[in-house]
Structure formats: C-alpha cells, structure tokens
Unconditional design. Structure first.
Length: 202
C-alpha cells in the first residue's frame, strides 16, 4: 500500500474517533492481531486487510460516547443503538469518503465494518449471516476485535486475563468464530502478546 493511501485511511479513522484515544488504540491492536492471524492463511491481500481493520469501527462516531462509558447495565434500546455502529459505518463513508481511495479497498471496508459482529453460527448482527456467508476478512477481524475487547478494561467490567480470553475464544470456536481462524490465533498468540507489550510500553 502506498504511504499516501495509508495516511488518508488513518486520517479518516482519526476524524471518526476524535473523542476517544482508547478507541483509536483499540483499532491498532485489532489491526495488528488480525495481521498475525491472516499470516497463517494463504492468498490474503494484507493491504486490503490493513485498510479494512483501520476503519472497522468508524461507525462508532455516531454513537453517544456516554453509552460506551456507561457503568450501569444498558437497556435493550441502548444495546440496540450500540449495535448500530456496524451499519453506521456506511453513513460515515458517505460523509467523509475520499473518492481517490483504490477501488479494491472500499468493498472490503464495507464488509468488515458492517459484519465484524456476525457470528459463525448465524446468531450475530446486523444481518444474521453465517459461515462462509460472512466475508473472510470480517471473520478474521471478529476474532481480533473480540480478543482485544475481552483483555481491555471497560467502564462496566474489569478486563479478562489473556488466558481467560483465549479460553473463551476456544469455547466459541465453531459457534461465534470460524474454528480454523481460532487455531491461527492460538498459533500466533506469542506474537500478538508481544505487540500488546510494545503498544502498552510494559
């Protein structure tokens, strides 16, 4: 990927996440984790994966930040609003889309941004797709996103340990996540944890 294209994608992500450094850090951790998972597979366009993961959460721009920071249990309506960040990504595209992005990037961005919360068993959202109906890059991003969400602190709960998070990924293999990709995650776990250490400065 040309540096100019990467810089534009990064600027777009920053525009949509101006209010939350935590969200931006989450994006980078998901990106690096997804890259490690995808390296275990063949014929993956890493440039496209980088672009899609950088932008996977830009729909959060349209969700009130108070909802993400709420300590109390969310109402059913609030949960539904947060889930809409997936489809809100399409609104973000219309508002800040740079028409000179390479054409091969945009369809994959839409796939990952809208479907990284789909489940392998078809019980996810927003469309209820399952198995191979979920685009490959979205299946990769789903694991990276879920893992980082589990090991990261949230206002309403403490973070899980890395071992606990991996146990949950394994427990959801074949249900929430594609089994082969969970295996890829386990194979490259040391590299993923090293990236975490570098990013946190620990």
């Amino acid at each position: 990927m040309k540096q100019e294209t990467y810089d534009l994608l990064e600027q777009w992500m920053y525009q949509c996440m101006l209010d939350s450094a935590h969200d931006r850090e989450h994006v980078y951790r998901v990106l690096y984790t997804a890259l490690d998972i995808a390296r275990e597979e063949e014929n993956v366009d890493m440039d496209v994966l980088i672009a899609a993961c950088l932008l996977h959460d830009i729909g959060r721009h349209y969700i009130p930040i108070d909802l993400y920071n709420k300590v109390e249990k969310l109402s059913k309506e609030e949960v539904e609003e947060i889930r809409k960040h997936t489809v809100y990504a399409l609104r973000a595209e219309k508002s800040v889309y740079f028409p000179f992005f390479p054409d091969e990037i945009m369809p994959h961005f839409r796939d990952v941004a809208t479907m990284h919360h789909e489940r392998y068993d078809g019980k996810g959202y927003p469309y209820g797709k399952k198995g191979s109906e979920i685009p490959f890059l979205a299946r990769v991003c789903a694991i990276a996103d879920a893992y980082d969400g589990m090991v990261s602190w949230k206002p309403y709960r403490d973070s899980l340990s890395k071992d606990e998070a991996v146990e949950r990924l394994l427990a959801e293999s074949g249900r929430q996540f594609q089994p082969e990709l969970v295996e890829c995650f386990v194979k490259c776990r040391k590299e993923i944890e090293l990236i975490e250490l570098v990013m946190t400065g620990e």
